[in-house]
Design a protein around this ligand. Sequence first.
Ligand code: GDP
Ligand code: MN
Length: 376
Amino acid sequence: MDLFEHQARQLFEEHGILVPRAEVARTAKEARACAERLGGRVVIKAQVKTGGRGKAGGVKLAADPAAAEITARQILGMDIKGHTTRAVMVAQPVAIDAEFYVSYVLDRAAGCFLAIASAEGGMDIEAVAASRPEAVARIPIAPEGGVTRATALDIAAAAGLPAETADTLVRLWHVLIREDALLVEVNPLVRTTQGEILALDGKVTLDDNARFRQERWGTDQEAHEQELEAAAAAKGLNYVKLDGEVGVIGNGAGLVMSTLDVVAGCGARPANFLDIGGGASAEVMADGLTVILSDPSVRSVFVNVFGGITACDAVADGIVSALKSVTLTKPLVVRLDGNNAARGRAILDGRAHPLVQQATTMDGAARRAADLANAR
Ligand code: GDP
Ligand code: MN
């Protein structure tokens, strides 16, 4: 589970890491009151569980409480990469002297943790890593040793960070280990013009296997995708929200996983995925389509079914009757293969719906779905 920035900020503060003074507001009026308490001039930041908020217009400076109210009104409700902004963080602005990148992440392949750090923080770290890989230091951290002051100084030296960041690097490690996190990322970690080292942003991913002792974060989980995930789970469907534009429905976890890869290979990004499992009755299909279509970031839907015990004609019947109860608002690309594929395709052909099209191969269907998502 990912934490909101304001929750990550709270953890950082508990571990003695310097953070800007800040409060959370859920209405524009509240944001104004926060700004009054914080000295007037503030930064308003969308609280959504995705990065790149700055570029999307979700991080803005407001000169005084009246401006804070107006800016908060603009940002609240804003859709950022499919995530609806339901709260903003109102923070005291910081005068930045330098911006750094630092993260600790579990490297499952290597069986250790990895410290990733760069003196070129603030902007898109993926872009820095792609164009100038030498500017991003990657240092394996042995789980039993962890990050001591000596390790922290090594990380700082390798990445070109000032030695004053070492204390913060050790404390961020404590956040990772003591709070059951799989990822702790700070971008930017800044040196202020006063020479203080401050975490200006925070991303923390908790290990879901440790949820039983991390219950305090469970209460204000109100994001739309979680509502959708819960709605899907209540209907026995396995639904996961992702960041792209192609909705993916498939039968069986393995097929759905490879469908995500094929969609990505066609230059589009999956918006979500829904595994309808073995059953593909009309009801399951209708429920699945309803969940997928209520995700506002979906631009096309790819239904990828390999008929086994549930034959393709049954799936086709399911789609046909689902379309009687669900209003299709986005193009649907269907690929049926396996048991009774020809009969299934004939059923769909016979009930032509203007927004439904078929493809015979997984690659062909993925390409169509990707093109449709990218075209609109
Ligand atoms: P992200 O775009 O989702 O990563 O959101 P960030 O919290 O990292 O904010 C984006 C950018 O806004 C940062 O890289 C900073 O350059 C800038 N920013 C955020 N807060 C402040 C602040 O208090 N003062 C200044 N000068 N810039 C800030
Ligand atoms: Mn950031």
